[in-house]
Design a protein around this ligand. Structure first.
Ligand code: FBP
Length: 249
């Protein structure tokens, strides 16, 4: 079985977009969660991140070769002005499903941020009691946020995730390597992974991946730029190379 970290690095294949954005992100091939697991196994990903309902149906047999991150909350694309995303699945159930980690999204800057802070802090406590990790998708969004990619905002997001108890924080990347180095520092001992974003050309994406690596990230939690690609294993090999991981895929 693959481990959640390889030489301190982690590459997570995210597939919670069906919930967050809707099926429009998918096609006839990648809408099949088995396709995502096949990619994760062949691409030697350190984890697949998805909702419990998908894990229940697919996290069995050979698919267990890749560690599982179960998302405990989720919201739709219809709710972005002042977003809130409540916990709808327990840590205990994630553990029963075989999870190595649980994931939770916080919308820093929403008028509901306190609810999400409280839920996530409790999730960290429970996850650590079970001996699994807690991953925070920390997305500044809502009435208090003018620019979600502002360095001070991202640094604040990183810091709060760390102070709440996250083992890994997932952040968006603003393209300024020296600024993002500061953001990574603000996360302290919490490891930083960057989100992939909507699909761009492979060369553009890999240029950003190089900058992400240079910023001190321990990896990526990427979805669309991999599973929407015609050559997902080729792009995976290139990402692995940037992070200094073996890539004889
Ligand atoms: P992508 O690499 O496809 O962008 O996935 C990263 C991710 O964080 C997903 O885990 C999540 O569903 C989505 O982006 C959230 O996107 P948005 O910023 O539109 O809410």
């Amino acid at each position: 079985m693959q481990e959640l970290f390889t030489e301190g690095k982690t590459l997570i294949l995210a597939c919670d977009q069906g919930f967050e954005h809707g099926p429009e992100d998918f096609n006839l091939q990648n809408i099949d969660t088995q396709y995502i697991f096949d990619l994760a196994i062949e691409g030697k990903y350190n984890a697949v991140a998805l909702q419990a309902g998908l894990a229940k149906h697919y996290y069995k047999g050979d698919n267990r070769r890749v560690p599982l991150i179960v998302k405990l909350n989720g919201k739709t694309k219809f709710d972005n002005d002042d977003p809130v995303s409540y916990q709808h699945t327990s840590v205990e159930y994630a553990v029963q499903l075989g999870a190595s980690a649980v994931g939770y999204t916080i919308y820093l800057g929403s008028s509901h941020e306190q609810v999400m802070f409280k839920e996530f802090a409790k999730i960290c406590e429970e996850a650590h009691k079970y001996g699994i990790l807690a991953v925070c998708w920390m997305y500044p969004r809502g009435p208090a946020i003018k620019d979600d990619l502002d360095t001070d905002v991202l640094a604040y997001a990183a810091r709060i995730a760390s102070e709440l108890g996250a083992d890994i924080v997932k952040l968006k990347f603003n393209g300024d390597v020296s600024a993002m180095k500061w953001v990574v520092k603000c996360a302290g001992k919490t490891k930083v992974v960057f989100a992939g974003g909507s699909k761009v050309s492979p060369s553009k994406f890999l240029g950003v991946v190089e900058q992400m690596h240079e910023s001190g990230a321990c990896g990526l939690a990427v979805g669309r730029n991999v599973w929407q690609s015609d050559q997902p294993l080729k792009i995976t090999a290139a990402i692995r190379e940037v992070f200094g991981l073996k890539h004889n895929l």
